[in-house]
Ligand binder design. Sequence first.
Ligand code: ATP
Ligand code: MG
Length: 655
Amino acid sequence: MEPGSLPFGEYVTNDKFVFQRIEDYWRRHAETLKNFNEFWDGVASELEWFEKWKNLLDDSNPPFYKWFVGGKINLSYLALDLNVKKGRGNKVALIWEGEPVDGNGMPLEVMRYTYGELLREVNKAAYVLKRLGVGKGDRISIYLPMIPETIIFMLAAWRIGAITSVVFSGFSAEALADRINDAGAKLLITADGFWRRGKIVPLKETADKAVERARSVEKVVVVKRIGLNNVPMREGRDYWLHDLLREVPSDVFVEPERLESEHPSFILYTSGTTGKPKGIVHDTGGWAVHVYATMKWVFDIREHDVYWCTADVGWVTGHSYVVLGPMLVGATQVVYEGAPDYPQPDRWWSIIERYKVSVFYTSPTAIRMFMKFGEDWPRRHDLSSLRIIHSVGEPINPEAWRWTYRVLGNEKVVLGSTWWMTETGGIMISHTPGFFLVPMKPGTNGPPLPGIEADIVDAKGESVPPGVKGYLVIKRPWPGMLHGIWGDPERYKATYWARFPGYFYAGDFAVKDQDGFIWVLGRADEVLKVAGHRLGTYEIESALVGHPAVAEAAVVGVPDPIKAETPVAFVVLKQGFKAGPELREELRRHVRNAIGPIAEPSTVFFVSKVPKTRSGKIMRRLLRSIALNAPLGDVSTLEDETSVDEARKLFEELK
Ligand code: ATP
Ligand code: MG
């Protein structure tokens, strides 16, 4: 095993779940791959199709794969009409909570929609879209916060076969304009504003600036979320949603289009962690099958669960596991508009307590933030309803895993780290309490899901044994897979299929342990090469986060005349700890002891924050550019520019 590899082992189980033997999981998993077509055929048959497919997988023109060819399906029908038909018409589908609170910290706005009500709202929205001239194959950009209308319009678009391009509401006018132009959207849906940390974000203003540069947009629909006065509305282009709805018959029914399985349902731009965002295209049938299967296997949704995924709909997690997933399995879900720490750092715990959330899906960046605030905040609330927690977005540091398991889960939950990406459409590697659960390990992603062939390969594409680091690849097509980059088939081939012909290249650096569990160690293009050894950024970061003083760490490699590269660490301390030369030396020593001398950072910078994408992922490439004095490149997804200035200043002081 190479130095720096994570300490594998340390199984965690509890008596609330039945944990199976790992060998038995692999036997079941091997069966799903051996009978690949039958397996996915069986899963897909659990959904209702207007017409069954003729060909499960058309792989005649790789990498342009097609799933469920000849099948006809509709996402809005599956999410709504079908639940009503199954008797869930009066079941609550959506509990929405706005950010503003009263003097006691209680929400001022809570709205509940049953499946029946949501079906009515979606029909009205679909009618509005049609009246505005939107039809099958048209792109619509959605620049909306976390409000019910966002979900309603996405489902309405999919009902009539329009293609959504959701742009995160935190993006700038330029970022929005670029995405509208790339997708060629004819309609933009936005809102007057929304609440964030007690302040109003005037969204329409930003949208107007974007539309000046986005020539494809003919019409703009504006949702009145805040009730702002003086929202400039351009005659003939801008329409208030409530005005449009006034003209809709109250019992309107818009027939769900019988869409080809391969019909695109959405375009979504990746998080932009590593470079210019790519417009990833997803189909309808394959995506539905994948999302449905993972809702069952990974989240194990039962009739009485209350599910909460904290992701914004602007990211793929919000698409697959807020808008579509919970509805495919008829779940009740919570959607929250605002900031996690508003008005205090226990807002999320209060939400879990009040709605008795049982299945919770969140991100390591949020967890690290809560660790920084301390465990008193969650301890004030009864979180005993939780039974399953998963995280997504970045590797979860073992220390963050342990904190979540103990403090939020009371050591009685399944806690996993689901690996996937915008391109995969759904979860690929994870623990599966709803399928066949194997023991947990703090920090691992776990085994590939049934029907998914994931592996670690070396630079030549050869599978490597456990303990040897390499590149994460997917060796066979899977139902949720992307169907290209919008308008750029060459970039699609070059980015994902050229590096290891025949395999999908995820761009992540990873290792398998002796059980076959996968551990993502960081981005492949951020791997450090120190004195002939390769270290994933996450290995060193996790060692740092393992120190009691450290809340968050970002590590980048900078050139070194002797070692080729040397790690430099940016560290955010927990509340109550003081930066200083002693702590700096202690942290360097801590990494040396945890991993080995090669991993010891040559410098530890104390910062108040590290640069992150607006989805909360650490943007190491910016730190590296600063260290190398190189141009920053695309910063459209950067959350807070002061983080970059802070890092730059520290580097300059060092020189
Ligand atoms: P871009 O592709 O534009 O650089 P991005 O890769 O951050 O942005 P996403 O599709 O949102 O865009 O993120 C997918 C990536 O997130 C994965 O490639 C992986 O690096 C990381 N990731 C997601 N979930 C996990 C997880 N559970 N453990 C480790 N890494 C994860
Ligand atoms: Mg990516």
